[in-house]
Ligand binder design. Structure first.
Ligand code: ATP
Length: 219
């Protein structure tokens, strides 16, 4: 199977981090930014780096952006440019368009005009940090949908020495323990009799309201 081709528009902190990570995974990446200095900075990391204005349809056409499997739009401040770019990419027939949104309203517009996925990096990171601050045992919090999330919870206090059956998280809180992480190892099919020890991390999926109850119970 041919390697996927990615284009990333906007080399701010978020866009350049996506471009670098994709390159590190061995993918071909085209990086685009109006700012020549920004394209220069990323040029020795990605496959191609080009200075161009993504609101210029002809420029995107000339770069062959339509041939990319996935295009990430990482322009935050200039909402108009982000929307216009998304529209042009849609018109060009790019199969998968992922766009970073600055606000809910911005995100709504992006979804309406055909963005395949809208991401909110600042909001999501804020949520993760807040959950960790509120309950230090919560190491990570990832929103799956408006109602469901996944959290990583450090085993501590009354959980220590118990097994999953004794904790009975499913019956008590309506949440599911999907995995138990021990250092770099992940047990993805935990058994009811698996005993929890210090250092274990539970990966739990559930409705937000139920996860909140669980977080409070094991604070
Ligand atoms: P960060 O990820 O750093 O938080 P941000 O959300 O603040 O970024 P901006 O700084 O507004 O986003 O934009 C990110 C990058 O996108 C900048 O380097 C900017 O030069 C570039 N950019 C803005 N408009 C365009 C455009 N029309 N075409 C190409 N690049 C653009």
């Amino acid at each position: 199977m041919a390697k996927k081709q990615y284009a990333v528009i906007g080399m701010g902190r978020f866009g350049s981090s996506v471009a670098k990570a994709l390159s590190g995974m061995g993918f071909d990446v085209l990086a685009i930014d109006t700012d020549e200095q920004r394209t220069q900075e990323i040029s020795n990391i990605v496959t191609h780096a080009v200075s161009a204005d993504s609101t210029d349809e002809e420029a995107l056409r000339a770069l062959g952006v339509r041939n990319f499997d996935v295009v990430v739009v990482a322009i935050g401040e200039d909402i108009q440019a982000s929307i216009l770019t998304t529209l042009i990419l849609k018109d060009l027939g790019v199969p998968s368009i992922i766009v970073k949104a600055k606000s809910e309203l911005h995100g709504k517009v992006l979804s309406k005009i055909g963005a395949d996925k809208v991401i909110y990096p600042e909001r999501d990171m804020g949520l993760r940090v807040a959950h960790h601050l509120a309950s230090p045992n919560i190491l990570d919090y990832i929103e799956l949908s408006p109602d469901y999330s996944i959290l990583d919870m450090k085993v501590s206090g009354s959980m220590l020495g118990k097994n999953l059956q004794e904790l009975d998280i499913r019956a008590k809180y309506g949440c599911n323990v999907m995995a138990i992480r021990k250092d770099a190892e992940m047990n993805i099919s935990p058994r009811a009799e698996d005993r929890l020890v210090d250092g274990d991390i539970l990966v739990i999926v559930g409705h937000k309201d139920n996860l909140t109850k669980l977080e409070r119970a094991y604070q």
